[in-house]
Write a protein that binds this ligand. Sequence first.
Ligand SMILES: NC(=O)c1ccc[n+]([C@@H]2O[C@H](COP(=O)([O-])OP(=O)(O)OC[C@H]3O[C@@H](n4cnc5c(N)ncnc54)[C@H](OP(=O)(O)O)[C@@H]3O)[C@@H](O)[C@H]2O)c1
Length: 376
Amino acid sequence: MASQSSLPTTHRALVLHSIDTPLKVESRPLPQATPGNVVVRVLAANVLSYGREILDGTRPYPYPKPYVPGGSAVGRIAAVGSDCSTFSPGQLVLVDIVARARDDTSASYLMGIHHGFSKTTEKLAADEWRDGTYAEYAKVPLENVYALDEERLLGDSAQGGLGYTVEDLPYMFRLLVPFGGFRDVDLKVGETILIAPATGPFGSAAVSLALAMGAKVVAMGRNGEVLEKLASTSDRVKPVQITGDVQADAAAIKKHGPIDVFFDISPPAASSSTHIMSGILALGRSGRVSLMGGIAGEISIPYAAVLFNDLKLHGKFMYERQDVRQLVRMVEAGVLGLGGRIGARCEGVFGLEGWDEAFDAARGNAGPGQYVLVRP
Ligand SMILES: NC(=O)c1ccc[n+]([C@@H]2O[C@H](COP(=O)([O-])OP(=O)(O)OC[C@H]3O[C@@H](n4cnc5c(N)ncnc54)[C@H](OP(=O)(O)O)[C@@H]3O)[C@@H](O)[C@H]2O)c1
């Protein structure tokens, strides 16, 4: 095992004890790198636009208490367990919060967000992989860290680098969520994808990603101004505003068709929005639907349209490990841009003590390409 002796014995972590009390920054013993795990010095961790809603119980996500919340992140390996063969201290890595039980990879949950919905994931989150990344150091399953080519990503363009900053890199996770869905429904170059709502954090990332993957995009949402802004980024993006008239909206989408894929990334608030029905009705023959939103309840589907058009309905929770590797390769190859190359902007970086402002900033900067980070 790599020595932890050069590391501090304690570190600062943001801790949630209960949804009724404010989070607290506490000093805790440094996590130890044991077999199967690594310890990462967290450099920049993502904040969800609805992060506060998770921690104050507005979105009733189940999680262990107390716990260290957190998002997917970028960090440096601080210490490795004895079975680690490729990572070494100092190495720049992505930290993926999708935890999967090693003895049942179908059981997954989001470390630092929720403990999942099975006894298996509840057990893991209560014990070995409980805490997230809003801490100076995080213990992470070995398979949840992904090597980054620091020279290529952060290097100067004169030396063949892409010239990104560390703050540009966590946006890869915004892109990864739709990537999981796109790969699941096998989005192809030249196909047309309807993305709705396209105006929010994940929806707008989906638009950037679809363009990089060679697709044409119909961007749908409520806010016409934001849709026009998205459309102004490429002549392969066509805006369609939700009017609430299912048939009229389906016809407006079809004008840009045939539509091959409908990617839905609705928040819970959009559960009764008409765009889901319009989107399914607008699909061409053998169209695919990727449902990735946060709707907890039920939605209606046009049964006959699904049947007669051979439609395929897919749901996707996050993405697969292979998707992470693939997306990192796309970014390192320069095929998929980050930062200014795709209009993504980090709107604020907050320390652990600034957690309250960080959640406000994430909610207030939830437009296309905007994101907020915690730097513990
Ligand atoms: N499947 C997964 O693994 C996975 C992973 C990550 C996130 N998610 C889900 O993705 C959802 C979207 O997350 P986010 O951070 O991008 O955004 P969000 O803040 O949850 O939602 C904002 C987006 O929803 C639109 N919206 C809000 N209320 C609406 C309504 N009543 N009708 C139609 N559109 C409405 C907004 O449009 P306006 O611009 O018009 O306000 C904006 O585009 C989350 O709720 C989350 O649960 C799923």
